[in-house]
Design a protein around this ligand. Structure first.
Ligand SMILES: [Zn+2]
Length: 167
């Protein structure tokens, strides 16, 4: 890092995203987690957006939990698939770290052939889980078809994130 004479400097934050041309290039374990996320879409309640999202999380004890987006006519009450799954883990498996999450989606309105990524709120929820358990959560992302993105930690998607260490 270079210090300028003016006392200012630029902090460059890099994110490494691993890109798989197809899911079958991933480990069997990760393929299975993504398949669980796709299966979770069946439980999506998305009559307003027609956008079904599925998530599956892998706990450190090997258990996989599914989540899907749940919409509401009062739009602000909609909850994302990722947070449904993470809340299930928090309420049923307290103290067990989440080591990976897979996220996928399908839209009735158009082909979704590029990876989707967690929204800002879900990135914050992932960050909280990582902070709480002092572990990294691998994030696997795919659309309905196409390549798969993978990052090693929620921190990769939420640089300079806010966590409990500053409170
Ligand atoms: Zn979200």
């Amino acid at each position: 890092m270079e210090h300028s004479k003016t006392g200012t400097r630029e902090l460059v934050i890099k994110t490494a995203v691993k890109v798989y041309d197809t899911p079958n290039m991933m480990t069997k374990e990760d393929q299975h987690l993504l398949a669980e996320a796709k299966a979770a879409m069946q439980d999506s309640y998305s009559p307003y957006s027609q956008f079904k999202v599925g998530a599956a999380i892998l706990l450190d004890n090997g258990i996989i939990l599914r989540g899907s987006n749940q919409e509401n006519a009062a739009y602000s009450m909609c909850i994302c698939a990722e947070r449904v799954a993470l809340s299930t883990a928090d309420s049923q498996f307290q103290g067990v770290p989440v080591v990976a999450i897979a996220v996928t989606a399908t839209s009735k309105n158009h082909d979704l052939n590029k990876p989707i990524s967690p929204c800002g709120a879900c990135r914050q929820a992932i960050a909280e889980s990582e902070y709480k358990h002092e572990t990294a959560m691998k994030i696997i992302m795919q659309g309905e078809t196409g390549e798969v993105y993978e990052v090693a930690s929620g921190k990769d998607l939420l640089p300079l994130g806010f966590d409990g260490s500053v409170l």
